[in-house]
Structures are given as C-alpha cells and as structure tokens.
Design a protein. Structure first.
Ligand SMILES: Nc1nc2c(ncn2[C@@H]2O[C@H](COP(=O)(O)OP(=O)(O)OP(=O)(O)O)[C@@H](O)[C@H]2O)c(=O)[nH]1
Ligand SMILES: [Mg+2]
Length: 461
C-alpha cells in the first residue's frame, strides 16, 4: 500500500441484510462526488460540516432514484483519515449498497483496499502505528479485558511511552555527540557513570517492563488452553459441555466415547479459555483408542492448565493414579464430578490421595459447583500471572521483538560505557535504539511491514 491522492470508497458495514449500511468516501473529491449523486430534501447549496443531511441518492447518468439516505461530510483535517470524508447511511442490503458504490465509483472514486482508510489516518499523522494496530485488536477483541487494553492503546498509551523514552535516548545522544564534537568544552569526568545510571533507570527499565507484559497480552488476547483429562466415563465431555453451555461433545454411558480432541472457547472473568476435551485413559486394545490416548498425553504437555476429573461415584483405580502422576508437575485443578450420586470416594481417601491440591466438587448433570469451578480456574491462572490487573500497556509480538532489540543495544551500550569504548560507538548503538523505537510507532518502518499490518484490516476500515 502506498500513498496516493486518489479519492477512495468502500462499503464499511458487513455485507448482508441489516438496519443500515454505511458507505465511506475519503479524499479531495469526496464532497464533489457527494454533490453529484445526492439530492437534498432541503434547498441547500452546500453541506454543513458534521451534520446529517436527509436526501436521495440518484444515479447522475440515468436519473434513477436508488435510496433515501442520511449523508454527512467531515471536512479535512477533522475526520478519520484527516482527508475530507463523506459517509452515506443507506438502507442495508447487498443490492442497494453495491448500487450506490457503483455510482460513486463511476463518479471518480476508486475502491479502497482493506485498511486503506486507517492507512491514510496513519500516513496523515492522526494515529501512529501502535494505534492502527490497536484498531485491529479492538475489532477482534474476544474479552472485556483485551478490549480495555486495545482502547488504551488506541488512545495512545503505548505510543506516548515509546515517544517519551525516545526523547530520553535523544537527550543522551545529544550529550554524547557534544562531547565527541567539542571534547575540550564538555567535561567528561564522571560522564560515563552518569549516563549509565540515566540509561538504566530512565530507558532500560521502563522498556523492560513493557517487554515483559507481552506474556500477559498473550493470555488476554489469545487466551489459555485448559485440557480436561481423566479416566474413561468420569464425565469429561459433560464438563466441557457445561463450561461451554452447549452440547459440543457427545456424552454416552459407554466408556471410551470420546476418541478425538474436542474443543471450544469461552471467557472466564474476561480471560478467553479454550477447553479441550480428551479421550479417557484406560487399557486399550483398539487402535483408534490408542491414538486417542496418545493425543491426550500430547494435550497434557501443551496445556496451560489441566482439569483433572475423577468420578466420586466410583472408587479410584490405577488409571486415576496413573494420570495424577502424569500431571502432578503441571498446573492443575482436581475436579471431583458426579456429586449428585452416592459417594464411593470418602473424604479420608480424598485427603490422603490428593492432599494439598486445589479441589472443586461438581455435578455436570445438575450444574452444581460450576461457579466455584470458574472461580478456581481464574485464581489458578492468576496465581501465576499476578500482574495481569496492574499492567496498562500490552505490546504485541511485533513490538516485543523490537523492544528486545532495543534492550539488547542498551545493554551493549552500558557494557561499552563501562569499558570506556570510544563514544562514537556508543552513539551508533543509541541510533539503533532510536530506530527500534521509531519502528514501533511507525515513524521509520519498511513498506512490507506496513502492508502486512494493514492487510489484516477489513475492507472499508
Ligand atoms: N449422575 C451423573 N452422571 C454424569 C455426570 N457427569 C457425567 N455423567 C454421565 O456419565 C457418563 C459419561 O459421561 P461423559 O461426559 O461422556 O464422560 P467422559 O469422561 O467424556 O467419557 P469418555 O469420553 O468415554 O472418556 C454419561 O452417561 C453422563 O451422562 C454427573 O455429574 N452426574
Ligand atoms: Mg468424553
């Protein structure tokens, strides 16, 4: 995607039948095109900025009426793209919208590429690259928490941190360049130690804090995997269905019902969790079931959290104990299921076998215990990730890679300052740090990367 001054247009609402559909036009000719195709109900020679105008879309070639619409003009630079933007709210429906689009195209606009409106907002300096990325995150947000962080990033939380840090790097660079250029005038006594100190507290540490919060972002945006494991027939699939509140997995009284991996995602207190139902473990003869059990073992290895299910209406057997041994080093919750049935698993037995573990008793049949289970899942996750509620900035992978590079350069700078390496080399590395930071905000970034980012947008955004 490159800058050009074409006037662009696209349907900005999803295709399909709906209440209203919105077509957006952006660029120098937007207002002229609007004048050509729109007949206002009021006698007016020009559009009032930021007002809704009621009127008809009429094909200028054939004079055929298309639809009654509301049209607004947002003149440059106070618009999404900072160019003049016209938005037409029409009745939705594929035929109407594409007809209006056709007329706009015939009147001189070009079809926008995916993300091109936002790309222009970026090029025209209304938003930086982290904010453009936040828009994609916002649209794709799967939980309240990730939505909150996307909004903060869109408001410039990451951008302002990076910019402030960048100013500090420039400040150090200026000092260093001054002592390179005017060695006689600048006192260098103790300079290195002061600079090291300044870099550590004001640049390196804040960048590390942001880079570290990437882990949290991964959880909030992509969620966690929780595997449901247990011996055959303990009610794993029933538990999955309860958690997802739908009949995802087949449940039967026949042991060994689940052979494949069945999964579904739900959000627990704002954190997306993918629950994975697995084949029950038992001695296997049939080849399919052996494969199923193999898959279960793989899931145990991959999962961030394990729900280990036992059936309290039956006594523990060697398979329960075998599984307990398989998962004991992992993060897991013991789920004692079927509490609606008479118990054959005494508290004494539970205490002796499962001492010190997180235990939740449930009935997948009646739903009893499931809110306690959700609480337990949430606190298990939080035990490990205490910071999740304190973070305000969450870099994505692209930011994280660049932050790590900047951190690497900064560490090298500190080492070189300690070793009294000529300041020219220090300056060069500081420029690398600035490049890394500028790439995060998009002030200095390859076209390929921009294309990659804006390609993830939908048409009309
Ligand atoms: N009474 C009672 N029955 C349950 C409960 N949970 C599951 N069941 C029954 O137990 C049987 C097995 O349930 P599933 O959910 O298929 O068990 P599973 O662990 O997925 O079994 P496999 O896939 O064969 O390993 C079914 O008949 C369920 O209706 C429960 O809490 N109470
Ligand atoms: Mg099952």
């Amino acid at each position: 995607m490159r800058f050009n001054d074409d006037t662009i247009t696209a349907i900005s609402t999803p295709i399909g039948i709906g209440g209203i559909g919105i077509i957006r036009i952006s660029g120098n000719d937007a207002e002229d095109i609007a004048k050509r195709i729109f007949k206002s109900k009021k006698k007016a020679n020009s559009f009032k900025n930021f007002h809704l105008h009621l009127g008809n879309i009429v094909d200028p070639k054939t004079n055929i009426f298309i639809d009654e619409v509301l049209l607004s003009v947002m003149r440059a630079p106070f618009s999404y793209t900072r160019e003049t933007v016209v938005e037409i709210n029409s009745h939705s429906g594929y035929v109407i919208l594409s007809h209006i689009l056709q007329i706009i195209l015939q009147s001189g606009a070009r079809l926008a590429e995916p993300g091109e409106f936002t790309f222009r907002a970026f090029l025209n300096g209304r938003i930086d690259l982290t904010q453009a990325e936040a828009i994609v995150d916002l649209i794709n947000a799967k939980s309240d928490k990730s939505l909150k962080f996307s909004v903060e990033q869109l408001n410039g939380s990451l951008k302002s941190h990076i910019k402030t840090t960048n100013t500090k790097v420039t400040h150090i660079l200026a000092q260093i360049e001054a002592s390179i250029d005017f060695p006689a005038e600048v006192s260098t006594a103790g300079l290195n130690a002061t600079i090291i100190d300044y870099i550590k507290t004001n640049i390196l540490r804040p960048l590390k804090v942001i880079a570290d919060s990437y882990k949290q972002r991964k959880i909030l945006y992509e969620g966690l995997n929780a595997a449901i494991v247990g011996r055959v027939n303990v009610g794993k699939s029933s538990i999955l269905n309860r958690l997802l509140q739908e009949e995802r997995a087949i449940v039967t009284p026949v042991p060994g019902t689940t052979r494949d991996i069945i999964e579904g995602t739900t959000s627990i207190k704002g954190i997306p969790i993918k629950f994975i139902d697995t084949a029950g473990i038992r001695k296997v003869s049939g080849i399919i079931e052996q494969r199923g059990v193999g898959l279960t073992k793989t899931q145990i290895k991959k999962a961030d959290l394990i729900l280990f299910v036992v059936d309290q209406s039956r006594v523990l057997n060697e398979y329960d104990l075998y599984l307990l041994n398989e998962i004991k080093e992992r993060i897991f919750i013991l789920v004692i299921n079927k509490i609606d049935l008479p118990t054959r698993l005494s508290n004494k037995k539970i205490d002796s076998t499962f001492a010190g573990l997180s235990i939740v008793k449930v009935s997948a049949l009646t739903g009893k215990g499931f809110s306690a289970l959700a609480d337990a899942i949430f606190s298990k996750i939080m035990e490990d990730k205490k910071d999740i509620n304190n973070e305000s900035i969450m870099p994505n992978l692209r930011h994280k890679v660049l932050l790590d590079q900047a951190i690497k350069h900064l560490k090298k700078i500190i080492m070189n300052l300690k070793a009294d390496i000529p300041l020219e080399f220090i300056a060069e590395d500081l420029y690398h740090v600035k490049d890394n930071l500028n790439e995060i905000t998009g002030e200095k970034v390859d076209d390929d990367i921009l294309t990659d980012i804006f390609n993830t947008f939908c048409i009309g955004k």
